[in-house]
Design a binder for this molecule. Structure first.
Ligand code: ATP
Length: 345
């Protein structure tokens, strides 16, 4: 059953629709990432789910109950913001106990729940610390524990690790995933990092200009992007403009058999699916640069019309700048009028 049901939600700020006719249902225990560039409406959507913004139109239901106009403190949601906003004049224990005191829980139960929440985020024994005595990562763990202690039905995380360095961010991301699965808590996670979304999510919602571009499991979004926007936004992608005619996609340097009707089209090929072969002479394409990553290499290839492509190669040492090559797409998708019309198998 759907824990969260968002129907046809629009949020306007003056003439701007920050979120437009948005629909999403989330299953119990699912982790959904909202992924999109800056300004695509991710935070606005999350804030509406948490009750910090009210939709201009549409409805939001949690566990079958309409909460569209319910204030945040009366929703079964817990939100962790990018800047954690811990109370600096309180120690860690009091930061966590605050919300429970408002609910007038007995003192012993508060102690038990706070200690359990600190344990969950790996901070057992830190209750007496003041928040300024904690590292950035520990502060974000406290912010997470402060939400978890209220036992929300849905956890809402708005780029919670954006201010941390990459190493710590990856560690906390793994911890959140592990904790989320152990507790079975339904979670929405806002990020503009595609790696983060691919690593964390059961499903990814790719957003653009307040609208959904694609919803699906990470594997689908990566391997079967439905629009050129998703193809270009997730992972590295070569985009080649050309024409389909007489059963082939044609570009001055590339030709691929294509079972679609004639007309302009966009060919999308991942670097790992673009093979290059050395050719003697001719002016098909030339190696511009070779980057050796050890386990693999990336070869930048300039086509005759100036377009630069990236090809992944098993051994960078086999290639050098200035070499003449022919690029051969081994797996690809073809887009026309903004939609995928053919995909290689
Ligand atoms: N309170 C507000 N008043 C006016 N415009 C707003 C308000 N909040 C957000 N917007 C606008 O709505 C659009 C969506 O903003 P939102 O913060 O939801 O995007 P986002 O995808 O979360 O971006 P980011 O990744 O930068 O946080 C932006 O154009 C933003 O300027």
């Amino acid at each position: 059953m759907a824990v969260l049901d968002i129907r046809d939600v629009t949020k306007s700020f003056g003439a701007l629709n920050a979120v437009e006719r948005f629909n999403l249902t989330v299953r119990d225990g699912e982790l959904v990432c909202l992924l999109g560039p800056s300004g695509s409406g991710k935070s606005t959507l999350l804030r509406m789910i948490g009750g910090f913004e009210t939709p201009t139109s549409g409805s939001i239901a949690i566990d079958g109950e309409d909460v569209t106009r319910t204030p945040p403190e009366r929703r079964p949601t817990g939100m962790v913001f990018q800047s954690h906003a811990l109370w600096t004049h309180m120690n860690v224990f009091r930061n966590l106990a605050f919300g429970l005191k408002l609910r007038r829980l007995p003192r012993e139960e508060i102690r038990r729940r706070v200690e359990a929440a600190l344990d969950q985020v790996g901070l057992a024994g830190y209750g007496e610390r003041m928040t300024h005595q904690l590292s950035g990562g520990q502060q974000q763990r406290v912010a997470l524990a402060r939400s978890l202690v209220l036992e929300p039905k849905i956890l809402l995380l708005d780029e919670p690790f954006a201010s941390l360095d990459q190493h710590l961010r990856e560690r906390l991301r793994e911890e959140v995933r592990e904790l989320q699965q152990r507790l079975g808590i339904t979670t929405l996670f806002v990020t503009h990092g595609q790696d983060e979304a691919l690593a964390l999510a059961d499903r990814i919602v790719v957003m653009r200009d307040g609208r959904t571009e694609q919803i699906g499991p990470p594997d689908d979004v990566y391997r079967k992007p439905e629009t050129p926007f998703v193809a270009g936004f997730i992972g590295s992608m070569n985009m080649i403009e050309g024409m389909v005619s007489s059963g082939a996609f044609r570009h001055p340097s590339i030709e691929v058999p294509m079972p679609v009707g004639d007309g302009p089209a966009l060919l999308a090929v991942r670097p790992e699916a673009l093979e290059i072969v050395p050719v003697s002479g001719g002016n098909i394409a030339q190696v511009h640069r070779v980057t050796d990553f050890g386990a693999h290499g990336i070869v930048d290839v300039d086509l005759a019309d100036g377009l630069r492509l990236k090809a992944m190669v098993p051994d960078a040492r086999a290639w050098h700048a200035g070499q003449s090559v022919a690029p051969i797409p081994r797996a690809f998708a073809l887009y026309r009028d903004g939609r995928a019309v053919h995909r290689s198998t």
